[in-house]
Design a protein around this ligand. Structure first.
Ligand code: ADP
Length: 258
């Protein structure tokens, strides 16, 4: 199989955010990580290739954004209040939030290629790509098209059933010679806003154990916190709204490691 790659000379680092299954908070992690980097003064591109469920526009308050062009190039959207962050999402192509996308593999590959090649990303310290869950067409296209991505960030939840899916993601990266930068355990324990007691809703330490098992870095555990979900719904990234919180400090730490 011939593997085409896209040259992105102005982009210093490229990371792919993946998860074994949906709903574990992959997009939330991608958005907050990208925002945290931007808040630290970096130039960051966030590319959402979750073709069947692009949630990045909602999470950044860009639901009404539509594609704009400059000459032959597509312009990424800017995010009010977060200078340094530019965004491209397949959601900008769609008419409404409720229209399903029915595209076969080659078409998905074509759109992803365009989003890498024909978008005026400019000089970036980092490009973060939010992939759909699993090991299908989209992550395969992204990893092959980038060719030289710096690593995958695998997001999981702590419960045992997530382990099989994460193992698949890790083996997928291995087969494509992509380094796993590390695992983020999301929804790791609920901190009661009244008494501060932590309840481990989905058990504890699943991500850390997986990281040990596969010899990859454990990047950190992010708790289940209603304000993280609310921030996503409100289109204002958590790390921008609660800059002094321990979770924002953890995101900043992970961002530093990139
Ligand atoms: P995925 O990209 O894996 O499908 P999302 O990032 O869309 O998952 O997250 C699924 C839902 O869970 C969203 O409503 C999001 O706001 C919420 N969520 C994600 N992480 C957390 C968290 N740590 N605490 C509370 N809610 C969260």
């Amino acid at each position: 199989m011939s593997i085409e790659t896209v040259k992105m000379e102005g982009v210093a680092k490229k990371y792919v955010v993946m998860s074994g299954k949906g709903g574990v908070g992959k997009s939330t992690v991608a958005v907050n990580l990208a925002t945290s980097l931007a808040l630290a003064g970096k130039k960051v591109g966030l590319l959402d290739v979750d073709i069947h469920g692009p949630s990045v526009p909602t999470m950044l308050g860009l639901s009404d954004a539509r594609l704009e062009t400059e000459g032959e190039k597509l312009l990424p959207a800017t995010v009010p209040g977060i200078p340094g962050l530019t965004v491209m999402s397949v959601g900008f192509l769609l008419d409404g939030d409720d229209s399903p996308v029915i595209w076969r593999g080659p078409m998905k590959n074509g759109v992803i290629k365009q989003f890498l090649e024909d978008v005026k990303w400019g000089e970036l310290d980092a490009l973060i790509v939010d992939c759909p869950p699993g090991t299908g067409d989209e992550p395969l296209s992204v990893i092959q098209l980038l060719g030289d991505a710096d690593g995958a960030i695998v997001v999981t939840t702590p419960q045992g059933v997530a382990a099989v899916d994460v193992s698949k993601s890790i083996n997928f990266c291995k087969q494509l010679s992509l380094k796993v930068h590390g695992i983020v355990e999301n929804m790791s324990g609920f901190v009661c806003p009244e008494c501060g007691k932590v309840t481990y809703v989905f058990k504890k330490d699943g991500g850390r154990k997986l990281a040990e098992k596969y010899g990859v870095s454990f990047l950190g555990a992010i708790p289940l916190d209603p304000s993280i979900g609310d921030s996503g719904d409100a289109g204002k990234p958590y790390v921008a709204q609660f800059q002094a919180s321990p979770v924002s400090a953890l995101y900043a730490e992970i961002a530093k490691g990139l």
